[in-house]
Design a protein around this ligand. Sequence first.
Ligand code: NAP
Length: 323
Amino acid sequence: MSHVSAARPGPHVLAVAKPSPLLAPRLNATFNVHALDPATLAAIAPQIRGIFASGESKVPAELIKQLPALEIISVMGVGYDGIDVAAAKARGAVVTHTPDVLNDDVADLAIGLMLSTARQLPAADRHVREGHWPQGPMPLARKMSGARVGIVGLGRIGQAIAQRALGFNMTVAYTARSAKPALPWTYLPSAAALAAVSDFLVVITPGGAGTLKLIDAEVLAALGSSSPQKGILINVARGSVVDEAALIDALEQGVIAGAGLDVFENEPQVPERLRALPQVVLTPHIGSATAQTRQAMADLAFDNLQLGLAGQPARTPVPECRL
Ligand code: NAP
């Protein structure tokens, strides 16, 4: 990757995220890849035809406006809430992402966080590792099989979570922007209504303005009222979807029983108050982070970039950019 305009062949691509080692060799062999650097951006901007981004990248309108030759923004991730799609379209550029190939991993992690939180797996590991077992058993945990799961966002990943929950004999209900009459699960019209009948509330919507703090104090209070045991929140969507301050209050005050969180408002910073809570299981945004899935995502992101820069239709444009 170079920081200045190079004399290599191939279209010029701006990498706003560091390309994964699974992708970097092919990117560098095919394109003139430039790291985003404010010091050199003005010099290379007129030549930039593609952007490589990750699911957490920010590509604001101010950046897009500086790139008159931009044709494609290829996101290696399914979420693209950091990309100003309207500005890209106004520039005539297509935005692509990597849906479906990560459904299994993110759904697996959601189930893993449900089990980890209910059965206190991190605490159980510490109980053995730190030598507490000879002094006595752990407190009893909570059963997951047969419980009620409410899924907030029944899209590609939400449906994969529902399928897995059936294997645990769970009762599945959901909320989304619209009901899915073809699917066998119960639709509820709001996150609060769903939380009130859920032992586990699993959040798996996109981020962005449409879902900002969708899980607020009212939803958490409803989750707390769902049973005498109180409900558990799982978030594998985006940190922005949950009001993190309200969540910490709810956990500290015992309004809900616990939480399993893969995503946070201000990653990679996680508030000390949250990290101090024993009833919370925390993972560092690893929903799609297996070698197999990251390879599939890298392949799809590369194909999209290559096709787009060859003037051909990309494999997986975001819905707003589909013809
Ligand atoms: P998807 O197929 O587009 O599904 C999104 C679902 O969210 C749809 O059911 C949609 O409702 C629903 N939704 C959208 N806005 C909503 C709102 N305001 N209120 C309630 N429901 C709403 O997306 P996906 O492929 O399943 O991915 C979902 C998200 O997961 C991604 O956007 C990304 O942010 C996140 N993700 C996280 C990780 C991780 O590492 N933790 C990895 C991958 C993805 P309709 O069906 O009615 O439109």
